[in-house]
Design a binder for this molecule. Sequence first.
Ligand SMILES: C[S@@+](CC[C@H](N)C(=O)[O-])C[C@H]1O[C@@H](n2cnc3c(N)ncnc32)[C@H](O)[C@@H]1O
Length: 306
Amino acid sequence: MSDSSSDDEALPNWDALSGDLGCAALAALKEHFASKDTGDGEGHTPPLTVPPVAWAAGPVEVTSNLDYKHQTYWEQRFAVEDEYEWLASFKQAEPHLSAVLPDKTARLLVVGCGNSSFSEELFDAGWVNVTSIDFSAVVIDRMRAKNVEARPCMKWEVMDMRSLEGFGDGSFDCVVDKAAMDALMCDEGSPWDPSEGTKRDAHLMCLACARVLVPGGRLVMISFAQPHFRRRYLEGFAAPAEVAAADGVVEAYGWRVTAAKGFGEPGCLETFLYACTVCDAVDPKGVGAAAEGSSEGSCAPSGGSD
Ligand SMILES: C[S@@+](CC[C@H](N)C(=O)[O-])C[C@H]1O[C@@H](n2cnc3c(N)ncnc32)[C@H](O)[C@@H]1O
């Protein structure tokens, strides 16, 4: 478990600054502090570890980044906050999503949906089969009530994304995560040497997502995490026995990472999109999906940091 380390104490109060500075200035300041990181001592790019606090100026006081892991924090926040969009708007993400999710009839599961309009906008853009979950009952009740008349076909369920216990195996064609696994990373500690709690939760979430996906199905993840930090979780690094076959198929989850690319507004911090495609009998190594991903310029971040 990570706690308030002396490194954290040396950082500015991003939360306070985020209200005062423009996006570009804040990003520049964060880069400045990230560049003070000595990295892993092997010449790799130091992490742009942005405390989630920086983007989350919400109505409930955040005392520590660990708050983002606690259900009670989210329940309190959603009780007083109507809507908040993390990382990227649907409009920004849509072209990238369409590339990895061309089938609008696909059964979509949005995990950690929060009070973002992302699920509703997916639905309005034609992905008509959308189920959204969150472990906050407050937000799920609110989202269900908000959409019961306008979008009665949308489904909303209270559930933990680390188990997805309410869904059977192979229930979905695609799982969509926007800043949800990011919330599990709040106790990561050093991204070079993550805490056991973070590794366990990330692994459980990957297992659950892989289980509810059909063969050929896809996890699509939008995250603040750069590929050299997030990709390894998707590649089984947190599995109890780290097993990634040489051909790229991740044994623990039965998928391969088929896209990892950056996108975002110029001058602001980059956002990343990942896709993991579950192998099936037709394409047991996921090679077709990987080729499809690479034709999108994927498997490398646009910023060239991996
Ligand atoms: C950073 S917010 C992202 C919200 C939304 N997806 C967006 O992009 O604006 C993280 C969300 O994940 C939810 N969450 C955190 N841990 C969870 C868990 N174990 N199971 C389900 N939801 C969780 C929180 O309640 C919160 O709504």
